[in-house]
Write a protein that binds this ligand. Sequence first.
Ligand SMILES: Nc1ncnc2c1ncn2[C@@H]1O[C@H](COP(=O)(O)OP(=O)(O)OP(=O)(O)O)[C@@H](O)[C@H]1O
Length: 671
Amino acid sequence: MQSSDNPDQRSVSHATQASKQGNDARGTLSACDDAMMIEESRQRSKAYGLSEAEKPDFSPIGRPDLALLLDQNRILHTHAIPVMETLYEQIINTHNMVILTDVNGLIVHTLGDDDFLEKANRVALKPGVTWSEASKGTNAIGTAIAEQLPVQIHAHEHFLVANHFLTCSAAPILDHRGNVIGVLDVTGDQSSFHKHTMALVRMSAQMIENHLFLAAFQDAITLHFNTRPEFVGTLMEGIVSFSPSGKFLSANRTGLFQLGLPMSALQSHTFSSLFGLSITALFDHYRTAMPGLLNLCMPSGVRVYGRAQLHVANNAFHRSVELVRANAATEPEAHKPAVAGKTADNRTSQIARRMSGLRYLNTGDPQVAALIEKVNKVLGRDIPILIMGETGTGKELLAQAIHNDSPRASGPFVAVNCASIPETLIESELFGYEDGAFTGARKKGAVGKILQANGGTLFLDEIGDMPFSLQSRLLRVLQERMVTPLGSTKSITVNVELICATNRNLRDLITKGEFREDLYYRLNGLVVKLPPLRERTDMDIVVEKILIAESASERYTVAPEIMALFKLHNWPGNFRQLTNLLRTAIVMADQQHEIQHQHLPDDFLEDIELARASEQTDNTKWLVSSGANLEQVERSVIEKALASHGGNVSATARALGVSRNTIYRKIPLAK
Ligand SMILES: Nc1ncnc2c1ncn2[C@@H]1O[C@H](COP(=O)(O)OP(=O)(O)OP(=O)(O)O)[C@@H](O)[C@H]1O
C-alpha cells in the first residue's frame, strides 16, 4: 500500500458519531475534530501514568490464557477470519498487517507480510498483547475502543515514541445489540499510509458485523433492504430481524440509519408498523412461485426494496413454500391456487411456520399423547378425521401436523374456514367456477379449494358453519370423488384426504336440523378432541415452547408464582390467548428476561382477581353454611387471600380493600 498521499491532508480520518448508525452517513470530521480527539486521547494516556519515551509493554498473556481468549471470542473469530483474509489480499506486499482484537484491545489474531510481522513483533503487535490506551497510549485500536468510532492514527500521533513508525486504521466491531465486541485494524509502516485504508477497514468491519448479525438471527425473519434495488444483497443493504410473529428484534447499522430510528425506539415496532405490510402478507408473497423484490413503505414515507429470508423454526414454512413453487412449476395456469378464503390462507401461513409433525405437539399431556397415538394409526388409511375442541386449542395446527406426517405430505394442504367465507361465496370458493359462470367482474374461471387440494389434504375448519344447502353437495363430492365447477357440465376427479374441525356440537346441530346426519357420518371416521388449555398438564413445557418461538434471540422464563397463576387460569381463548399474552409480556419484560406480575396485561390480571373473589365468596358461603362465626369466616378469608398473594400483606390488604393494620390485627401471626 505504497502511497504518496500526504497524511496531513487526510479527508477521512475517523467517522462521525452518526456513522455508528449507518455507513451512508459516515462523514468526515474536520482536521480540528481530529486534533481534538487525539489530544483527548493523549490526556487519557498521561492520566494512565504512561510516558512517551517508555518502552511498549511486551508481555503477552500465557498460552493457556491465549487459548481461553480465543475461546471467549470464538464467534467473533469465526466470522472475522474470512473477512480478514479478503482484506489482507487487498494489502498484501505493502508492509501492512491485519489485526483482530477483543473488546479490550487484546490481539486475538493477525495476518501480515513476513517482513512487516517481524518489525511489528518488535513493538509487540502480536496475539495475546493488549493495545488498549491504558497499555500503549494513543493508538488506533485503543482509541477506537475509547471513542467507539473508526479511528486512524498516523506516525507521531501515536503516544509512545516507539510506535511512531506505524500508521494504523481501526474500526470497532459491534454485535447485534450495538455493543463493541472487538476491533479490526490495519497497521503498517508509516511510509505505506494510504487514505483509502480507513474506508477498507470500515467496510470490512461492517461485513463482519453483518455476518455476526445473520448468525445471531438464524431462526428469525430477516429483511434485507435499500432504497435502490441494486443495493439489496450488497454491503449497502440494511438488515432488520423480526420474530416469527413479526416483532422487531434488531437491525444492523445500515438498517438503523435507513430507518432513521434508534434501537430503543424500534423495540415497540413490528414488521407491519415499519414496512406497511402484514407478516402474513409477507409469507404469502413468498408462497408465490417466483417472488420478486418486495416494494415496501417505511414510516417516513420513503419506499424501499427488500428481500426477506424466512429462517423460521424447523423450516416448515420453507417446505410449504418449496411445495407451492414446485406445484406452480408443473401445474397448468388454470390449476394454480387462486387467492381465496383469505383468512384461512393467512392463518395457514401463520401456523405453517411453527408446526411440523405430530411429535412436536406431544409435549407431555396424556390426553394429547393418546390423541396422537390414535391419529398415527389412521394416517394414510383414507379415514376422514374430525377434530373437536374449543376455539384456539390448536385444531388447525393439529390438522397441518397430520398432513405433514401423512404419505400426502408432499401434496398441498388447503385450509378453508367455512365460518369466515360469506355464504354466497363459499360454493364458488369450494367448487370453483368456469369462465362466464358469473356476469360482472368475476368473469374469469377459478379453481376451487377442493381441486387445489388434489393429491393432498383438504382441511374444512368450522365445518359446523357450512351452509345447510351446500352440505349435500359436499357429501356428493366426498362420495363420488368428483367436482363439478359452477357453470360447468364437466366433472373432474379429485383425490383428497379430508380433515374437518369444529368447536360446535355437531350432534346438537343435527337435532336442530342444521347439520345433515349423513354428512356427519361421512366426516367422522376418527373423532378426536383436543383438550382445552386449562385441562392440560404440560403447561410448563407449552409456555417454554411458546417463549422460544416468540423470542428467537433471547431466552425468557416465567416466574414460578406466575406459572402457578397460569395453571389456575381458565384460558377461554386457549393457545391463542396464551400466545398473545406471552408475546406482550416478552415486550414488557424486555431485558429482565423473567416474566413477572408487572409484565402481564391488565385484563388478564383483572380476570385473575375476579376468579379469586368469586372463589372466596364460594368458600365464605360454605363456611357460613357450616355454622362458623364471623371471626372464623374473616380469618379464613384473610388466610386464603394471604396464601394466594404469596404471603404479601400489602397486596392482600389491597385485594380485600382493608388496611394492612386490619390484616395484622385479625391475623396476629402475619406480622
Ligand atoms: N400445541 C401448541 N403449541 C403452541 N402453540 C399452539 C399450539 N396449538 C395452537 N397453538 C397456537 O394457537 C393459535 C391457535 O391455533 P389454531 O388456529 O390451530 O386453533 P384452532 O383450534 O383451530 O382455533 P379456532 O377454533 O379459533 O379456529 C395459533 O397461533 C397456534 O400457532
